[in-house]
Design a protein. Structure first.
Length: 218
């Protein structure tokens, strides 16, 4: 199926509104998050300066599309290496799913906490620690926008997965190549979706638990 790309800011806003039926509060939260992101970007490098003018396409809609791919997902959503809250904070504004933002860098965690506090996102928890130090808990969804190479990402996060866990992993133009490098049992869990915001980017969508017997098998 051909995906209609979002190339303009107005298109991104329209798609978000139509897809998620946002209320006034959610629109206001998204607008404020976008403003805070740009403001904070002047103090620490959260997003590429060249993408500020296309913020709604490159970052807001790019994050929101993961929620659209999640189907009827439920349970805890864990966003690995959340950075500036992409996709975690966008998803948290659009959904009432409990959200765990995992980020090891203090200044970025300070920003995440500032946003969750100002926007009153009570269902969001920010954990300032490397993933290896996070207590194991079952995840309904695992996302990671720019966290680690695919094999390392899966190896580090498999302990959070269950039979019903959804994996949503944007991997840019290297998605197919990275998927092909995995052991066959891992490969069979995933399929590739075209990104709505970049003709050359793809998203790996998976379902299920990766157990110890699968590791290293080809």
């Amino acid at each position: 199926m051909t995906v209609e790309l979002l190339t303009r800011e107005a298109e991104a806003r329209s798609w978000i509104g139509a897809t998620f039926a946002l209320n006034e509060r959610q629109w206001a939260q998204l607008e404020r998050f976008a403003a805070m992101l740009v403001e904070e970007n002047a103090r620490q490098n959260l997003i590429a300066a060249s993408t500020v003018s296309t913020l709604w396409v490159r970052h807001i809609a790019d994050s929101a599309q993961l929620l659209a791919l999640d189907g009827a997902g439920e349970g805890l959503w864990i966003d690995l290496g959340s950075g500036p809250g992409l996709p975690g904070l966008v998803v948290a504004i659009l959904s009432s799913r409990p959200m765990l933002l995992v980020e090891s860098r203090r200044r970025r965690c300070d920003f995440l906490r500032a946003v969750t506090g100002e926007l009153d996102l009570a269902h969001v928890d920010v954990v300032e620690a490397p993933l290896e130090r996070i207590a194991t808990r079952p995840a309904g969804t695992i996302s990671a926008r720019a966290f680690a190479p695919l094999d390392k990402l899966i190896a580090l996060s498999t302990r959070f997965s269950t039979e019903s866990t959804r994996w949503l992993l944007p991997k840019g133009r290297n998605a197919v190549k990275e998927l092909a490098s995995l052991p066959q049992p891992w490969q069979r869990m995933f399929h590739v979706e075209q990104s709505r915001t970049d003709a050359e980017s793809q998203i790996l969508v998976g379902m299920g638990r990766i157990g110890a017997k699968q590791r290293g098998k080809r």
